[in-house]
Design a binder for this molecule. Structure first.
Ligand code: ZN
Ligand code: ZN
Length: 184
């Protein structure tokens, strides 16, 4: 928790000016904001600058402003099994209390900067928590063929390879034994 000054023009910085400070005051907002950069985990995330639709409720309480919200955001990623592109979306809920004063707040709590608050960290945390570490294009994705690398969902149902173990090949006479006697 470090007091920092927010840029009022930053898209995720919200003004609480219209809310006032009287406990019980409430304000609802429906806004669409551009997704910040780097919201995601290794293989899936929210593409930068895509539209994130937010419904938020600001509520003045004794210590600060309680923000409760839902956000709907597009997701892009890659299937961890077959590497196919994943296009989907997510809806997350979040709640964060922004304290007026650092004296009331604990180490990890969020603070208001004057009348401004930054929604981005709460949104980021909520999204990242819901993302799978190994996203799949479909639950029954069978991945790639270990022999030739073809995506099995695109392959013939009986896709397979005649794999002959080198030792068997020898026994079956498919690989001629080296015989130095006959060559001399
Ligand atoms: Zn897949
Ligand atoms: Zn194959």
């Amino acid at each position: 928790m470090t007091p920092h000054s927010l840029d009022p023009r930053a898209p995720w910085v919200i003004s609480t000016h219209d809310l006032g400070r009287r406990p019980g005051a409430m304000l609802r907002m429906s806004i669409t904001l551009p997704a910040p950069a780097n919201i995601g985990v290794d293989m899936i995330g929210v593409p930068r600058d895509t539209d994130v639709e937010l419904d938020i409720r600001l509520e003045a309480v004794m210590e600060g402003v309680l923000v409760t919200g839902t956000a709907r955001a597009p997701l892009r990623g890659e299937c961890a099994r077959c590497l196919e592109e994943i296009v989907s979306d997510t809806e997350v809920s979040f709640q964060e209390l922004f304290f007026y004063s650092a004296e009331d707040a604990a180490e990890d709590d969020s603070l208001l900067d004057g009348e401004l608050l930054d929604l981005e960290p709460a949104f980021r945390d909520a999204v990242v928590l819901t993302l799978p570490l190994s996203p799949v294009c479909s639950e029954d994705c069978s991945g790639l063929c270990s022999e030739c690398g073809i995506r099995l969902a695109d392959a013939e149902p009986d896709h397979g390879h005649e794999v002959v173990d080198a030792r068997w090949a020898k026994l079956q006479g498919l690989v001629p034994e080296h015989n130095n006697d006959q060559e001399s």
